[in-house]
Design a protein around this ligand. Structure first.
Ligand code: BES
Ligand code: MN
Ligand code: ZN
Length: 523
């Protein structure tokens, strides 16, 4: 999708379709009367063109409501699209992201290939211009995605051109930057979604490694993809225990981003404060199970097909690394994806087996893990991934994984679960969430939960029983992150959109790419 800005007068813009936003106005407290929806453009020609449907109640400006008008009087545009933002008092950048996506998704099946979206003019505090441009572009790219790679009836319905119409007086350079940023973020999220959509036979660990390497070459990231030999060399006994049952070899994907002028050792912190602090190295670790059958503790066949998306955490890390490479924050970042297939076979690990995780330092002992359930495999691959990130010098860790069904039980498919062993790091992540607009809900950690995964025969066991399953899984990871500031994202419930929304297709969501990116940029 070609994306650009226009500063021309709205009425003069020649386009297939001009989209303008409207808000559902608040009922007057004195009279109780319901005023007509408010068009978020002061342009008198636009106001006149939309007035009839705003005043007669045909268009109520509910969130993502859409009304198409043909041949609008006084406008050079062939069509005028009204897009609702919902209740005026509730409008924020998320409403705009969704509305932009809803406009795109309205056009896609209708053979309209270009649109011009009018930037909202009122509410400069709630919808600042630059942030609005970035967010609207993100939303447009998110809306443009459909998981139709393998559909032979696919008629490349992507939107060809998106123009954002901004006031002539706007800070043009700032808006251009914001627009370019929106494209990078939207495309990176869609890159992750494309990977998550791939079936298990089309995206083995090896192929995921190839896709990562190809992306890295395109955006200028350093990339290494290792397999079985390296797992043995590093004594990654937990990661290997999952991979050993599959005919497909595992892939240990390691990406590195080095900002220019930020060397190892003490440097001036980007904010100018704390010059004595060591340059942070952020470790991003993703679960990349390309198919999770459960292994010997095999899953029921209902919905087992869904377990092709068990690499969504790894894909989120790859998407975030792509955006990082292009947006160039001033912080070093390491991206690790632990990719394997969890299969039952004669070589598969068994319940009751004892595994030894990777040691933090070579020669030191690794933690011993009693395998209770081979279906709790994500924490096993992540244990070694987190340890490897720490061994490579990560000062801060974030992991993302479709880790537990228990998290879905706790939070449904609305919020993803989040855990942190450090309140300051969590506060920083929360600030990132305000920009990303993604919903993560912090769940607790605690020693009593850690006690639930103590093993009789080893240091730790890989499941803690039925209750608090998302938390005991997080405590398992905590045992490997230890005191390194760490955030764990359990995206099991939100990595796949089960019901399409006006602004997003059913299928992979690409969740966590934006939040991880913003967290990285906050260093
Ligand atoms: N990949 C699953 C978790 C999952 C469930 C992801 C639903 C997406 C949707 C994970 O590997 C798993 O199987 N977890 C088990 C853990 C249990 C055996 C302790 C679970 O949640 O049932
Ligand atoms: Mn599993
Ligand atoms: Zn899994």
């Amino acid at each position: 999708m070609k994306t650009e800005l226009s500063f021309a007068p709205l009425a003069a813009i020649q386009t297939e379709l001009l989209a303008v936003l409207a808000a559902d106005a608040q009922t007057s407290q004195e009279s109780g009367a319901k005023p007509q929806p408010v068009l978020l453009s002061a342009d008198p020609v636009l106001q006149a063109a939309a007035n009839a449907v705003l005043s007669n109640g045909e268009f109520k400006a509910a969130a993502n409501e859409i009304l198409l008008l043909h041949a609008p009087a006084g406008l050079a545009a062939r069509r005028l699209l009204l897009v609702g933002l919902g209740k005026q008092s509730k409008i924020n950048l998320n409403s705009l992201r969704n509305a932009a996506g809803a406009a795109i998704r309205f056009l896609k099946p209708r053979a309209i290939r270009e649109l011009t979206l009018v930037l909202p003019e009122s509410n400069p505090q709630i919808l600042p211009h630059a942030a609005s441009v970035r967010t609207a572009v993100e939303g447009a790219f998110i809306g443009d995605f459909d998981p139709d790679t393998y559909r032979s009836d696919r008629r490349d319905q992507s939107i060809q051109s998106l123009t954002l119409a901004a006031p002539a007086a706007a800070d043009r350079a700032a808006l251009q930057t914001a627009c370019a940023e929106g494209v990078i973020v939207g495309e990176s999220q869609n890159f992750a979604r494309t990977l998550v959509n791939e079936p298990g036979n089309k995206l083995t660990p090896t192929i995921l490694g190839q896709r990562a390497a190809q992306m890295a070459a395109e955006v200028g990231l350093h990339c290494e993809v290792h397999s079985t030999e390296k797992l043995h060399e590093l004594n990654m006994g937990a990661f290997w225990s999952v991979a050993q049952g599959s005919a497909e070899p595992p892939a240990l994907i390691v990406l590195r981003y080095e900002p220019q002028g930020v060397a190892d050792g003490p440097v001036l912190h980007p904010t100018g404060k704390d010059p004595s602090a060591e340059a942070p190295l952020l470790g991003l670790v993703g679960k990349g199970i390309t198919f999770d059958s459960g292994g010997i503790s095999i899953k029921p066949s209902d919905n087992m097909d869904k377990m092709k998306y068990d690499m969504a955490g790894g894909a989120a890390m790859l998407g975030a690394m792509r955006a990082i490479a292009l947006l160039k924050p001033r912080v070093r970042v390491l991206g690790i994806v632990c990719a394997a297939e969890n299969m039952p076979s004669g070589t598969a690990q068994k319940p009751g087996d004892l595994q030894t995780a990777m040691p933090l330092a070579p020669g030191k002992p690794g933690k011993t893990i009693e395998i209770i359930n081979t279906d709790a495999e994500g924490r096993l691959v992540l244990a070694d991934g987190l340890t490897y990130a720490r061994q490579l010098g990560a000062t801060h860790l974030i992991d993302a994984a479709t880790l537990t069904g228990a998290c879905v039980v706790a939070l449904g498919m609305i919020n993803a679960g989040a855990f942190a062993n450090n309140d300051q790091t969590w506060a920083q992540f929360e600030t990132a969430l305000a920009v990303s607009g993604e919903k993560f809900w912090r769940l607790p950690l605690g020693d009593e939960y850690a006690d639930m995964i103590k093993s009789d025969i080893g240091d730790i066991k890989n499941t803690g029983g039925r209750w608090g399953g998302a938390i005991t899984a997080a405590e398992f990871l905590h045992a490997f992150a230890e005191d390194t500031p760490w955030i764990h994202l359990d995206i099991a419930g939100v990595a796949w959109v089960e019901d399409s929304k006006p602004y997003i297709a059913k299928g992979p969501s690409g969740v966590a790419v934006r939040s991880i990116l913003e967290w990285v940029r906050s260093f």
